[in-house]
Design a protein around this ligand. Structure first.
Ligand code: HEM
Length: 468
């Protein structure tokens, strides 16, 4: 099995062996589900049996992430964190309340794109970070140098760098966790323990800021303060750890995925000027030229919605989701799924189903236009990627209802205000950036360049004059 782009190898094996593949990762029985049907049958319809997570020694035990939801085993604590996540980012009331944060931060995004378009990746990062951190800790963040962003991002990049496939062998041989760090080959452990300290610093920094503000009688409305109010003035160490974990779930699980999708959007627009033009025409005809599109326009912008679906499909942010673990033996299509089996939905393979999505490498929002009269085909039977790129069953992403409007608003306003053009070579010719994506647990484009220029003087003026 290759160490990179495993989803592609599983997809190839799927062509050879079928939608349900069994393999052994070292000694661990593993099932890969290569079709939407199989993933839904096993992980959603039988979620009572397949909703645990494997023991994540590297991430949870060495890197201090046991308190955050993605790594948590199924059980009481898991149910409590799911409930907390839902209350924090899943209710209509909370999501409506976050709109003003998203609207403010998207203006900051546009302003930054106007003043330093070449730094678009950092600006996308700040946009998502600011929203997630304000929800988690109630603090407005307006620069990547902010203490909260810096401490959280140091931990997250540490997790990415130290979480190489080689280091993850410890997940399959947990006894390796006890090897002394000075032994040859045990460098992974030393690195993981350092990252664990960064993670602890991240957990403590945000929590301490909120707690101190509450102790001063100056509470900041946010997910952390809501939970602190519930437990009272003196939380036990366990309660404190749980509350810190919730904020980590919001930022940790939300930043890479949502930021990655936004950067993929920039790449898709750079590569597909026709798609960008169609979306601009739709927005111009509905919204006009005097203002930028807002949430209230969403129902009138079907092409933009189709584009978001295509964005999820073209490069799903978590190509193999997060592995589930079976809690009891099961049978599917005549095969036995043993208890303790790893079950991986191959989301990437589902997006490459050529029956549902002909020419899957093409970025073509028309696939999802449900009205042939609007230039697409009648695609009512095509699965919408938003129904599966967020995972399955009891482990389905609890942040979908937050990620979706966050992405939509950034896309809508960027498209309305800017052209996104291909970079130029030394002779002034446009250069097409490749559709190349990094391998890893989360997927985002390899480095690429684009030229982001305001569509009109009028929009440039409106954006430049925005005051925060
Ligand atoms: C485009 C953006 C996003 C995508 C594509 C995405 C996708 C996913 C996927 C595939 C999973 C694994 C589901 C499974 O195991 O079946 C997941 C889990 C999770 N996501 Fe997201 N996610 C996104 C944004 C967010 C945001 C914004 C948040 C938080 C505010 C979030 C919080 C979580 C958490 C806490 C889990 C773990 C759930 C559990 O283990 O029970 N995600 N996400």
């Amino acid at each position: 099995m290759p160490l990179k782009y495993q989803e592609k190898q599983f997809f190839e094996w799927g062509k050879q062996y079928g939608d349900v593949i069994y393999l052994k990762l070292f000694r661990t029985p593993t099932i890969v589900l290569n079709s939407l049907q199989a993933a839904t049958d096993v992980l959603t319809k039988r979620s009572a049996k397949h909703s645990d997570r494997p023991r994540m020694v590297l991430l949870a035990e060495l890197m201090n992430q046991a308190c955050s939801l993605p790594a948590m085993p199924y059980g009481e604590r898991f149910r409590k964190h799911r409930r907390w996540m839902h209350e924090a980012v899943g209710t209509k009331e909370r999501l409506d309340a976050y709109r003003s944060i998203q609207q403010r931060e998207v203006r900051n995004l546009l302003k930054n794109l106007l003043s330093s378009p070449e730094r678009f990746i950092q600006h996308c990062h700040l946009y998502v970070a600011a929203i997630m951190l304000e929800i988690a800790y109630g603090k407005r963040v307006n620069s990547l140098d902010n203490q909260l962003v810096a401490v959280a991002d140091r931990a997250i990049s540490g997790i990415n760098e130290a979480g190489t496939p080689g280091a993850m062998i410890v997940d399959f041989f947990p006894s390796l966790k006890s090897v002394p760090t000075w032994l040859p080959g045990a460098g992974f452990k030393a690195r993981a323990l350092t990252v664990g300290k960064y993670v602890q610093a991240w957990k403590d920094t945000g929590y301490d800021i909120v707690k101190a503000a509450m102790d001063r009688g100056d509470p900041m409305p946010c997910a952390t303060s809501t939970l602190l109010e519930d437990v009272g003035a003196a939380p036990t160490p366990e309660e404190a750890e749980d509350i810190k974990g919730l904020a980590c779930s919001v930022y940790g699980a939300g930043i890479e995925t949502t930021r990655g999708a936004l950067i993929v959007f920039m790449l898709a627009m750079t590569r597909n000027p026709d798609v960008l033009r169609k979306a601009q025409e739709e927005i111009d005809s509905v919204v006009g030229h005097d203002r930028l599109p807002d949430f209230s326009d969403r129902g009138s912008l079907p092409y933009l919605d189709a584009m978001l679906e295509e964005l999820y499909r073209w490069n799903p942010p978590l190509p193999l989701a997060i592995p589930h673990r079976s809690m009891a033996e099961d049978e599917y299509c005549g095969y036995t799924i043993p208890e303790g089996c790893l079950v991986m939905p191959n989301i990437w393979a589902i997006t490459r189903d050529t029956v549902a999505y002909p020419d899957p490498e093409e970025f073509r929002p028309e696939r999802f236009l449900h009205n042939a009269g609007k230039g697409g085909t009648d695609t009512d039977n095509i699965p919408r990627p938003s129904s599966y790129v967020f995972g399955f069953g009891r482990r389905i992403c609890p942040g979908q209802a937050l990620a979706d409007p966050t992405l939509w608003l950034a896309m809508a306003q960027t498209i309305a205000a800017f052209d996104i053009r291909r970079p130029l070579d030394a002779e002034g010719n446009e250069v097409m950036p490749p559709a190349a994506f990094k391998s890893g647990f989360t997927s985002e484009p390899e480095h690429f360049e684009c030229r982001i220029v305001p569509r009109s003087e009028r929009f440039a003026k409106i954006i430049a004059q925005t005051v925060f």
